[in-house]
Design a protein around this ligand. Structure first.
Ligand code: ATP
Length: 379
């Protein structure tokens, strides 16, 4: 939002921290975002005073803002105007309207423009009932069995979390099948990292984005649901670096067709470089194989969307990873982040962390990054 047109240098935003655990934290973790890259956590003293730097606390957030509007006093910029308000992203509207109406009439959907294409079909920006903006995934005929898909989709529709792309409805009566979901303005995280916008992202943004993905995945973990294709291409980005996990569960329905066809996996875009060894070799998919993929996704985030194992072919990865090969620490990646990646890539599944642990670790690192402001301000 701070990047939106009309916001001047110094524009700031007070918001609730997106990546914090649980609902309870929503009002307890306000953030001060200023400029394009800097986030400050507003902390409270026992007497209720708020501060960014311990060196100076204020009775109210308003007083804090007034002070930093006078002088930067250690912030990266003196606060200017509050950032302009934008339309809130629509999240539950359509899902509310279609709660008992799973299959919707495809004539109620207008396809407006193509957003992209994947292995199994194309994605369009669409309008439902002339009012609601949606994303429409159209599946190439024959990519999956409709009944199989519908069974999975019933489960997918019940999964609701702020960090998961909400599945709204389907059109399965005719080909091509439509999957209708919430629309995310900035497309896939992979594109977002690779494009110029990625160059504007700082380490605290990278950590926060990773924490958001971990938060969505921690919810799936709690629901005993497996993603099976976690990667930056399957995370979508909205306003203000909001990240949501997409395409959960779809891989199971697609892959059925390719089961036991190892060459097909190699030949098609089977995500070899994201897949845990036990899933690759024994078809043993679990939340722990998702954790492995999350480690690779972290690598993508820290390298701004570089292809994992850049100098290796899929075949070399299949050969060498089970023998213990792991990617080295990417340039400019803090050791704490690399340590998390390596934990995700432990050979034995039980040794890998849970998503719950990954979420709080990343949230703590995000805090740490902000705390370092205190140190910087002191010297
Ligand atoms: P694959 O089919 O191999 O998984 P993919 O995930 O890139 O590849 P799709 O899921 O079909 O393929 O998506 C294609 C592109 O469409 C994405 O890269 C993204 O840019 C865009 N897209 C998909 N879903 C949405 C959405 N809900 N909102 C906005 N853009 C989307």
């Amino acid at each position: 939002m701070l990047l939106a047109e009309g916001n001047q240098h110094g524009a700031f935003l007070i918001r609730n921290c997106e990546s914090q655990r649980g609902e309870r934290s929503l009002s307890e973790n306000p953030m001060l975002d200023c400029g394009k890259v800097k986030h400050y956590k507003l902390k409270k003293l026992e007497n209720g005073h708020v501060f960014v730097s311990r060196a100076r606390s204020f009775l109210t957030v308003q007083e804090l803002v007034a002070h930093y509007s006078q002088e930067a006093d250690g912030l990266c910029v003196r606060l200017g105007e509050p950032c302009k308000k934008m339309e809130a992203p629509q999240t539950h509207g359509l899902s509310y309207n279609t709660v008992d109406q799973w299959e919707i009439d495809r004539n109620s959907i207008k396809l407006l423009r193509k957003l992209g294409a994947g292995q199994f079909g194309e994605v369009f920006e669409g309008l439902w009932n002339e009012t609601t903006a949606v994303a429409v995934k159209t599946l190439k005929p024959g990519t999956m069995d409709s009944e199989d898909f519908l069974r999975e989709a019933q489960i997918m529709k019940r999964l609701r979390h702020a960090k998961l792309i909400q599945l709204y409805a389907v059109c399965t009566m005719e080909q091509p099948i439509y999957i209708i979901t919430e629309l995310m303005k900035n497309g896939s995280l992979l594109d977002y990292l690779q494009k110029d916008k990625g160059a504007m992202l700082g380490i605290s943004d990278q950590i926060e984005m990773a924490a958001q993905v971990a938060s969505g995945m921690a919810y799936l973990e709690l629901q005993n649901y497996i993603h099976r294709d976690l990667a930056a291409r399957n995370v979508l980005v909205g306003e203000n670096n909001i990240c949501k996990v997409a395409d959960f569960g779809l891989a199971r329905v697609f892959m059925k067709e390719n089961e036991n066809v190892y060459e097909a996996k190699e030949g098609t875009k089977f995500p070899v470089k994201w897949t845990a060894p036990e899933a690759m070799h024994d078809n043993k998919f679990s939340i722990k194989s998702d954790v492995w993929s999350f480690g690779v996704l972290l690598y993508e985030i820290m390298t701004f969307g570089q292809m994992p194992y850049p100098a290796m072919t899929n075949y070399q990865v299949v050969q060498r990873v089970p023998q213990g090969y792991r990617m080295p620490c990417p340039p400019n990646c803090p050791k704490v982040m690399y340590d998390i990646m390596m934990d995700c890539w432990k050979q034995d599944e039980p040794d890998r962390p849970t998503f719950e642990t990954l979420q709080w670790k990343l949230e703590d690192f995000f805090d740490m990054d902000v705390t370092s402001y205190d140190d910087a301000a002191r010297y």
